[in-house]
Ligand binder design. Structure first.
Ligand code: ADP
Ligand code: F6P
Length: 473
């Protein structure tokens, strides 16, 4: 008989991606994105199972155990990748849930594929879960799974967590087959969001679309109670701190600073998936204007922008890449000198140690998404800065802004405000840096990923008081 699991995580991606090199040789690498960073430590510690896609089209490899986890790959054909992942998930739902900062596209075959793939994930989870087990479904790619799973396995405790923003009622109403999506989510016992406003939007929709009667943080549906509440996600603080305390990482940070311009040039840092929600273009525009106006110069500042490759088969992402690279070229061409440029642009993934070395080297961390569910990079930066130095420029439109209140907060839609934030952050003296950094470090330290998972899982287990998140209402 196949082994069954008390905790099953269901997410679009496995924590590792299958990588195929030029010679067709296959290997595994850490998957991109905040969801994996957040969940991997929890599943590892609980010896749970993880149902997800390998990141490559084709037949699913056999399930396997690694790093204390049981990984159960779900296969996606080329067509599934086109329609379910790149289409419905990333060209319809993703832009719409991020305030439609890019125009969402609606296609019937994408919706059909989304439903079929969601069913496959639900069936895989149903087959792996022990009697009365907990199944935790994640993110916008799998919003139909909770209801499908409940039909297959009514004995299970089903939780759902949305890592991205949940849109205002009027925007959600634009989605074709919107009621079905909502019913999909209502299959869960507990629906978690990053922000309280998102939970409110969701509950309002149940009244508007399904004529249900939400009351405070809950709603009755088919004789069950579904709770909707905010659980702001966090990071593995200890992992980041261990790296930040590692002498080799610290030496690498010093090397980076020397290489980028001695102690004299101040280092601005951006680390994002190359995604139009991250506001990279607006950031470059603001930086370019500051250089053009002579407020900063190539001799006293340098920007390192790490842009992780993401969703590169989706047209909007290809276009974004072209625009970003053109702008980097323009800025370097116009304001650079031989051997010294104002922007270092890295279109690549990185190891955790290299990333933390960059965090330690940076004077100003620039996290300016147009809209973001949380943004873990901001929290990682704060966790790394045990020296209480460095400043954080943070978008008001990132979920993290509610918790990291002493960051230099900016409206990234307003270039002047972005420029103001960058200049203020560059000008902050040591005392001001420490005054702002300390409360943020305390916040992140007291609310790490373990607490997030415990709060969610306790609330799901029926201990709502314990699951209460301070400041989450
Ligand atoms: P998202 O989930 O939208 O990608 P987050 O900021 O919440 O955004 O999470 C991104 C995660 O990916 C962080 O844990 C960050 O450390 C990691 N990451 C970002 N860029 C890179 C990179 N170039 N190489 C490796 N990891 C990265
Ligand atoms: O939370 C946002 C998210 O879509 C996660 O689901 C995912 O881990 C991450 O961004 C990276 O995106 P993708 O899996 O499409 O590369």
């Amino acid at each position: 008989m196949n082994k069954s699991y008390e905790l099953v995580v269901v997410a679009n991606r496995l924590p590792v991606d299958e990588v195929v090199d030029d010679k067709g040789k296959r290997s595994w690498a850490r998957s991109p994105g905040g969801l994996v960073s957040a969940l991997q430590p929890i599943v590892r510690r609980q010896g749970g199972a993880w149902v997800g896609w390998t990141g490559q089209p084709g037949e699913a490899p056999e399930p396997f155990d690694t790093d204390g986890m049981h990984l159960h790959p779900v296969g996606l054909s080329e067509d599934d990748v086109d329609r379910y992942y790149e289409g419905q998930s990333n060209a319809t739902i993703w832009p719409l849930f991020h305030d439609a900062v890019e125009q969402p596209t609606h296609r019937r075959p994408w919706r059909q594929a989304y439903e079929a793939v969601n069913r496959r994930f639900a069936e895989a989870a149903a087959a792996l879960a022990a009697p009365d087990a907990t199944v935790w479904v994640h993110d916008y790619q799998l919003m139909l799974v909770p209801a499908m799973l409940r039909e297959l396995r009514p004995d299970l405790k089903i939780g759902f967590f949305l890592h991205i923003p949940f849109p205002p009622v009027e925007l959600f109403m634009q989605l074709p087959r919107r009621a079905e999506l909502l019913r999909g989510l209502l299959g869960a016992d507990l629906v978690g969001f990053q922000r309280p406003l998102a939970a409110q939007n969701f509950l309002q929709l149940t009244a508007r679309l399904l004529a249900l009667e939400p009351d405070e943080d809950r709603v009755e549906v088919d004789g069950r109670t579904v709770i909707a509440r905010a659980f702001p996600i966090s990071i593995d603080v200890a992992e980041v701190q261990d790296l930040a305390n590692d002498p080799e990482v610290q030496a690498e940070a010093r090397r980076l600073r020397t290489e980028l311009g001695g102690g004299d040039r101040r280092l601005l840092l951006g680390v994002d998936r190359l995604d139009y929600t991250k506001g990279i273009e607006q950031r470059l525009e603001a930086y370019g204007e500051l250089l053009a106006e002579g407020v900063v110069s190539n001799d006293d500042v340098v920007l390192v922008q790490v842009a992780t490759p993401s969703r590169m088969r989706v047209l909007e992402y290809q276009q974004l890449r072209a625009r970003v690279e053109r702008e980097v070229g323009r800025i370097n061409g116009e304001f650079g000198a031989v051997g010294q440029v104002p922007v270092h642009y890295l279109f690549q993934s990185m190891g955790r140690a290299d990333l933390v070395a960059l965090y330690l080297a940076a004077d100003v961390m620039v996290v300016t998404p147009l809209r973001d569910g949380m943004n873990l990079v901001a929290k990682e930066y704060v966790a790394a800065r045990h020296d209480d130095r460095g400043t954080l420029v943070l978008s008001e439109f990132a979920g993290a802004a509610a918790e990291l209140e002493t960051a230099f907060q900016v409206n990234p839609h307003d270039v002047e405000d972005l420029k103001r934030g960058l200049v203020d952050a560059l000008e902050a003296d040591e005392a001001e840096q420490a005054k702002r950094m300390q409360p943020m470090r305390m916040q992140v330290h007291d609310n790490d990923i373990d607490k997030w998972a415990r709060d969610f899982l306790d609330a799901l287990a029926g201990d709502p008081e314990h699951g209460e998140t301070p400041g989450a209402r």
